[in-house]
Design a protein around this ligand. Structure first.
Ligand code: PEP
Ligand code: MG
Length: 584
């Protein structure tokens, strides 16, 4: 049993597919002459398997992205047929009577010696391709001859050292039951994407790729952050029960769907949804969210082969605006950098990407890309209730600059008689301590604030949100974080604007309780968390939330606040033994 960081709720039980990152160790073994043909058959079987794997990936790329992007896979397939490659390995097996892993290794060494002498970058790249192909074949040699696991026919659980947000966004829900990674934190974008795709996940599980094996039976408890490998029958029965309870809990929450999000003492809390993909609008409507509080637009950019043009972006924004209308849709401009990168949009390597050219900074450095996105958003605003939001604002000048660009684009659209909402609301994310401290000044410049606690926490405590080794510092209840949130909320209200929280903190009921008490007007959470947030709101009083926040602000330690809020919620929710599902 492993304890990791809970990244995406749900309980799943299935077979593991381990993606190993450890470099292969290849030893030389001599074989008798009589075994040479058997060894060559092993090699051929592994090559065929590799061909099948590459063809499958190629077909997926052709289907999802396009034929041109699949060219690289044709090159791989050609290489597999090249007599200089596997043919050479066969010859070495026959003449030197050694195992095929080592024969492949020798072929690779010959290539490496050859390519080291040339400077042509294209050929150098090819040598890397060959090396990764040899790696694939050798890994397939390990599988060949072993008992076939059922993972290709059944859904499986991915176990990997790390997965990028793009890898996660690319997962096929028809095949992947859940995933476990060694790296990562609860608010890393990989975890956020998993939640939006409703794929249970646990991250930050040390060393699991070196102990779990492909084909092992695995349980993921994405709510508690527990992973069990090869459970005994007792544990298996227990988790099957837990899984049933989890599904039942989700079903029970449906009763809150049509009810208003108000506290017992009639304080209104707006409940909106965070989305990464336009397809999530179905889930947003199904859970009856009061709008989209955050659309992370970078995800429509992330698994593409080119930067999406104005029309493609416009279509995506317009579709969402129309489907949600008259409810609001807050479209956040590109937040690339940090842990999100575009393969076709290269940023110079940085020592600290989270402190580098990210979000609004990147947009400012690339005004054409920024303007194009603003144009697409403004055009979409003619079809619904659209708001613009800028991520990671650090200094007030960035707001001035960004608003100036919006005004320029508006003027251009006006000249061309293109329709847009002339009163479109503009807001900023407050997720950097400097912005929190200057929130009073910033509030005068915008129509709304949205607090990005995922980043605000990491920048306040200087602990990377995706680094499991410092996750003990990454505490949403750190009093410094709570004091900053209070400061932002006060500044917003003083200037007469509204403030939401769209970080993951808003989706955890005990944290939402404190946020409401700190004066947050709106919680923007993943679509699947809307109903549990509503259940919380309807079962608390604003007065209790205010008291809880007051208590929290006086504390020195996050652990004390955590214990207190849990106890308070238990006290508030338990005695009633009923959920406030009455129409009111
Ligand atoms: C945040 O930082 O809290 C936020 C909502 O933005 P993101 O998670 O995309 O950085
Ligand atoms: Mg952020």
């Amino acid at each position: 049993m492993y304890k990791g960081i809970a990244a995406s709720p749900g309980i799943v039980i299935g077979l593991a597919h381990v993606i190993s990152n450890t470099p292969l160790t290849i030893s030389r073994k001599t074989i008798p002459a009589s075994k040479a043909e058997t060894e060559i058959s092993r090699l051929k079987a592994a090559v065929n398997r590799t061909k099948a794997d590459i063809t499958a990936i190629k077909e997926k790329v052709v289907h999802d992205i396009g034929t041109a992007e699949a060219d690289i896979f044709n090159a791989y397939l050609l290489l597999l047929q090249d007599p200089m490659f596997t043919g050479k390995a066969e010859e070495i097996i026959r003449t030197q009577l050694i195992n095929c892993e080592y024969a492949l290794h020798m072929v690779l060494q010959n290539y490496a010696e050859f390519t080291n002498r040339i400077s042509d970058p294209y050929l150098k790249e090819r040598s890397r391709d060959i090396s990764s192909l040899a790696d694939k074949i050798i890994r397939n040699l390990e599988v060949t001859g072993k008992k076939e696991t059922k993972q290709s026919a059944e859904k499986y659980i991915i176990i990997a050292n790390d997965l990028s947000p793009a890898d996660t966004a690319d997962m096929d829900k028809n095949n992947v039951l859940g995933f476990v990674t060694e790296m990562g934190g609860a608010t890393s974008h990989t975890a956020i994407v998993a939640r939006s795709m409703e794929i249970p996940a646990v991250v930050g599980v040390r060393d699991i790729t070196s102990t779990a094996k492909t084909g092992d039976l695995v349980i993921i408890d994405g709510e508690k952050g527990i992973v069990v490998v090869n459970p005994n029958p007792k544990i298996l029965i227990l988790y099957k029960e837990e899984r049933k309870k989890f599904i039942l809990k989700l079903r029970m929450l449906k009763r809150f769907k049509t009810l208003e999000a108000v506290t017992i003492d009639k304080h209104k809390v707006e409940l909106t949804a965070n989305i990464e993909f336009p397809e999530e609008i179905g889930a947003v409507m199904e859970n009856n969210a009061e709008g989209v509080g955050l659309f992370r637009t970078e995800f429509i950019f992330i698994n593409k082969s080119n930067l999406p043009g104005e029309e493609e972006q416009f279509e995506a924004y317009r579709t969402i605006a129309m489907k949600m209308s008259p409810k609001p849709v807050t479209i956040r401009t590109l937040d690339i950098g940090g842990d999100k990168f575009l393969p076709y949009f290269k940023i110079a390597p940085e020592q600290n990407p989270f402190l580098g050219l990210r979000a609004i900074r990147l947009s400012m450095a690339n005004p054409n890309i920024f303007k194009l996105q603003i144009r697409a958003i403004l055009r979409a605003s003619a079809f619904g209730n659209v708001k613009i939001m800028f991520p990671m604002v650090t200094i007030p000048e960035e707001i001035d600059e960004a608003v100036k660009i919006v005004e320029e684009v508006k003027a251009e659209l006006k000249r061309k008689e293109v329709k847009f909402d002339g009163n479109i609301k503009i807001g900023v994310m407050i997720e950097v301590p400097s912005a929190a401290i200057m929130a009073d000044e910033m509030a005068k410049k915008v129509d709304f604030f949205s607090i990005g606690t995922n980043d605000l926490i990491q920048y306040t405590v200087a602990a990377d949100r995706g680094n499991e080794t410092v996750s003990y510092l990454y505490d949403p209840l750190n009093p410094a974080v709570l004091r900053l949130i209070r400061m932002i909320a006060n500044s917003a209200h003083k200037a007469g604007i509204r403030v939401s929280v769209c970080g993951e903190m808003a989706g955890a009921p005990h944290l939402a309780f404190i946020l409401i008490g700190l004066g947050i007007d709106e919680l923007s959470v993943s679509p699947s968390s809307i109903l549990s947030a509503k259940k919380l709101v309807r079962n608390i009083s604003f007065k209790d939330a205010l008291e809880e926040a007051e208590f929290a602000l006086k504390q020195e330690k996050g652990a004390v606040i955590s214990e207190h809020v849990m106890a308070s919620l238990d006290k508030i929710l338990m005695p009633k033994k009923k959920e406030n599902v009455d129409e009111s």
